[in-house]
Structures are given as structure tokens and as C-alpha cells.
Design a protein around this ligand. Structure first.
Ligand code: S3P
Length: 450
């Protein structure tokens, strides 16, 4: 599938975005471990999240899906049954890494496989600490890559200092910790998304946190079944927020979007680049803050993204690189070497595509330097099989001369099945009534120290 994009006319639009991907994976897993029926509304029915649903089904959990975004999960008090065959995680790193944690605590053997892309991604980051807890996990691919053969068993809690800031690793350990004796503590070198901790609390699992990036789960607990509504995904909204911010007088309102502070660093960067950004949290009842974001565009200016900010906007770096190409002056992204082991090597993919569209880019081991504003030219760009690369360059196409064609764009279904419908609205905007003024202002995030 190809996406064909032409320059956007005036952006003035109000949208919602589908459910948060990270929260959708976690909600299904935790509900499946709970002691009864949980109704999950706002679930993201994307390819990646469906991998998690089908994995839990293959472990004996009944999950109904009466509507694409509504799941009824029948928790079985942490009892899982051996899968009849290999569990196929497709392209979903979150499914494989979180499931590795969950399966580490089971007495049966399981095998996790993935597609060609996932089979190149490093798994040693979860294997090493889970083995320390007492699991037996073997990576069958070269250099600790999938498939994973997991022989779980009786786990003991550990205190683990993560060498890299990864929410997937932290979550795998916390999920394993539910099955462990004693407490499992994870120290993060810098804060990452905290949805696992928040959802565990929501499902009444006891955890502890100290201010300094340490989180603990107490072992041998069963989550209490509850209904939950998943907020919209700010990482999906990011594409439209950048489009509106980069268009002088562009205006966008996103409703019912997740505003968890570990996920909103993008807003601080857009402010620093000169855009007007406002957010209002409207709901915190379910512990995950949710509300509206409003952006008004301006000629953006370049910025520096580095240090502790990076793990908090790791998925937004492809679209922020596009923002950098549209901004006046230099944009520098550093300390982002993790981008090299995402769905593709995102540093190389961004540099390749931005250059193909006419921007000046220097590639570094851990980031990029982009000189803007670039007069972007349409043409054919590759997705590299990576959903966020495909979407970021579709947005670049909204600012390019001539037609931009994003090739192999079907990967977008991994996180945002309806992306092309919204893209259509951005290319052919029908003015929409924007009703509610948004209250609450943000101040630009200062550039992080190294
Ligand atoms: C995710 C964590 C991040 C992120 C990924 C989703 C999660 O990965 O890039 O898209 O849901 O925990 P890392 O843990 O590898 O940083």
C-alpha cells in the first residue's frame, strides 16, 4: 500500500485519536491476570495490540471484542494455560518483551516468535534480569534476538538497575514481579512512561515508588477486576500536532487524549520551537490523566533535544525531526541511540528520507543535526517497514512541493489504522466548528542538560 500526499491547505480542525498503544497492551495483560471480568473501552484495535490479545487468548484467557475498540476480558486469577503452539508477536516489541516477563513466572514452557523486523531486535535487555529472577530464557536468534524459548518457574524478587531507560524492560520485570516471591524493584536511569505502575495501581495491586526513579511491586498479588477506559494516544496525536504547529496560523484541537506527564514532553518541545500549545486535563478518575490539547502554528525555530527528555519522547523523535526540517535554524537530537534498535534504525531512516526530500542532515551515532527550513520536495520515500517513519514522512509530504508517495505504508496499521482517513482531512480540510476554549497554559520546556 502507498500513501499519496499533497501539500495541506489551511489546517483548522478538531480530532480525536485512537486508544493509547502502550496502555492497550498493558490493560489487556493486567485484566487477563485479574480475578474477573474487565470491560476495556477505547482499546486500540491495531495489529500490534491484537497480537497481545491473541497471545493472551492462546494462554487460555477468554477475550470478547463486540466492537473494534471494546474488549471484555475474563481474568482467571493469574492462571494461564500452556499455549498449543508458538506465540506470534508479529512486529510488536511491546508484546514480546512484556509477555516475556509474564511468561517467566509460569511453570510451562513457551516460545515467542516475531516477524523479520522483530527478529532483529535485541532481547538481552529482558532476558538477563528475568534469568536473575530465576527464569530460564534462551534467545534462539543471533546476538540474543528472537525467537525466545521461555521456561519459567518460581521467581524471586530482585533489585535491578536498568542500564538503559526502557519502559518495556521495566514493565517486563514488574509483571514478572507479580509472580515472584518478595518484592521486585527497578531503578531507571531516567524516567520512562509509567503506565504499568499506574495500571497496576488502578487494578489495586500494591506498588511503591520513590521520587528518584525507583519502583517496586510486591509479589504474589492478584489484580482486582475493574473496567477501564483507555485514553487517546498522544504519540498518534503527535503527527497532527506537529503539522498544525509547523503551519503558520494552523490550528488543531485534540480531544480525549492521554496527558500522562511521562508522555507529554513533545508539547514542551513544540513550545520551545515557538508554537502556541495549551493543554487541559479533564479527567484523572482512572489515574491516567486525559484531556484536550490545542496547538496554534507559527514559523518554528530549531531546538536541541537531548538528555532526560529523550526517553520521554522516544516515539516522537521521527516527527520532531520533520519539525526540525521545517523550522528556522538548526535542530539537534542527541543521546537517542535507542532509535537505532526500534522497528528500523530510525536515525538512518530519518536521515535518508529527509535528504531524499531535500533537507540538509548530519547523522551522528546517537542522533541527528538538521538544518532548516528545508524547501521539501515531494517524491517517493520508503517506510522501512516502520509505522512511525511512514507517518512522519506523510506529514513531511503535507509541507512539500509536488506529490509525496510513502511506499509500503501498510505498517501504519501497527499503531494507527485510521491514519489515512485523518490525513485525507488534513489535505482537504472542511472547516470544523471548534467549540470549547481550552484553559491552562504551558511554559516552554528548558533544554535538558547533558
Ligand atoms: C513502549 C516503550 C518504548 C517505546 C515503544 C513502546 C512501551 O520502548 O519506544 O514504542 O509500551 O513500553 P522502549 O522500552 O524500548 O524504550
Amino acid at each position: 500500500m502507498e500513501l499519496r500526499i499533497k501539500r495541506a491547505s489551511r489546517i483548522d480542525i478538531e480530532i480525536t485519536v485512537p486508544g493509547d498503544k502502550s496502555i492497550s497492551h498493558r490493560a489487556v495483560m493486567i485484566a487477563a491476570l485479574s480475578n474477573g471480568e474487565c470491560m476495556l473501552r477505547g482499546f486500540l484495535p491495531s495489529d500490534d495490540c491484537m497480537r497481545t490479545v491473541n497471545a493472551m487468548r492462546s494462554l487460555g484467557i477468554k477475550i470478547q471484542q463486540p466492537e473494534p475498540d471494546l474488549l471484555i476480558v475474563n481474568g482467571k486469577r493469574r492462571v494461564l494455560t500452556p499455549p498449543k503452539k508458538d506465540i506470534d508477536c508479529g512486529n510488536s516489541g511491546t508484546t514480546m518483551r512484556l509477555l516475556a516477563g509474564l511468561l517467566a513466572g509460569q511453570t510451562f514452557e513457551s516460545r515467542l516468535v516475531g516477524d523479520a523486523g522483530l527478529s532483529r531486535r535485541p532481547m538481552d535487555r529482558v532476558i538477563a534480569p528475568l534469568c536473575q529472577m530465576g527464569a530460564d530464557i534462551v534467545a534462539e536468534g543471533p546476538e540474543q534476538t528472537p525467537p525466545l524459548r521461555i521456561h519459567g518457574g518460581s521467581l524471586r524478587g530482585i533489585h535491578y538497575r536498568m542500564p538503559i531507560a526502557s519502559a518495556q524492560v521495566k514493565s517486563a520485570l514488574l509483571l514478572a514481579g507479580l509472580f515472584a516471591k518478595g518484592k521486585t524493584t527497578v531503578d531507571e536511569p531516567s524516567a520512562t512512561r509509567n503506565h504499568t505502575e499506574v495500571l497496576l495501581n488502578y487494578f489495586l495491586v500494591r506498588t511503591a515508588k520513590d521520587g528518584d526513579g525507583t519502583v517496586t511491586v510486591f509479589g504474589d498479588q492478584v489484580p482486582e477486576s475493574r473496567d477501564f477506559t483507555i485514553p487517546g494516544d498522544i504519540s498518534s496525536a503527535a503527527f497532527w500536532l506537529v503539522a498544525a504547529a509547523a503551519q503558520p496560523r494552523g490550528h488543531l484541537l485534540v480531544r480525549h487524549v492521554g496527558l500522562n506527564a511521562t508522555r507529554t514532553a513533545l508539547l514542551g518541545v513544540l513550545l520551545r520551537m515557538g508554537a502556541q500549545v495549551r493543554e487541559a486535563i479533564e479527567d484523572v478518575d482512572q489515574l491516567e490523566p486525559c484531556g484536550v490539547v490545542e496547538v496554534t502554528g507559527i514559523p518554528l525555530k530549531g531546538t536541541v533535544i537531548q538528555g532526560k527528555e529523550v526517553p520521554q519522547l522516544i516515539d516522537e523523535l521521527p516527527i520532531l525531526a520533520v519539525a526540525g526540517a521545517l523550522a528556522h535554524g538548526k535542530t539537534t537530537i542527541r543521546h537517542a541511540q535507542e532509535l537505532r534498535v526500534k522497528e528500523t534504525d530510525r536515525i538512518a531512516a530519518i536521515a535518508h528520507n529527509l535528504r531524499a526530500m531535500g533537507a540538509q542532515v548530519a547523522e551522528m551515532t546517537d542522533g541527528l543535526e538538521i538544518q532548516g527550513p528545508a524547501p521539501l520536495q515531494g517524491g517517493r520515500v520508503a517506510s522501512f517497514g516502520d509505522h512511525r517513519i511512514a507517518m512522519a514522512f506523510a506529514i513531511a509530504g503535507l509541507f512539500a512541493d509536488g506529490e509525496t508517495i510513502v511506499q509500503d505504508a501498510e505498517c501504519i496499521r501497527e499503531s494507527y489504522p485510521e491514519f489515512d482517513t485523518v490525513l485525507e482531512q488534513f489535505m482537504n480540510p472542511r472547516r470544523m466548528q471548534i467549540s470549547t476554549p481550552v484553559i491552562g497554559s504551558l511554559t516552554p520546556a528548558p533544554i535538558e542538560e547533558e
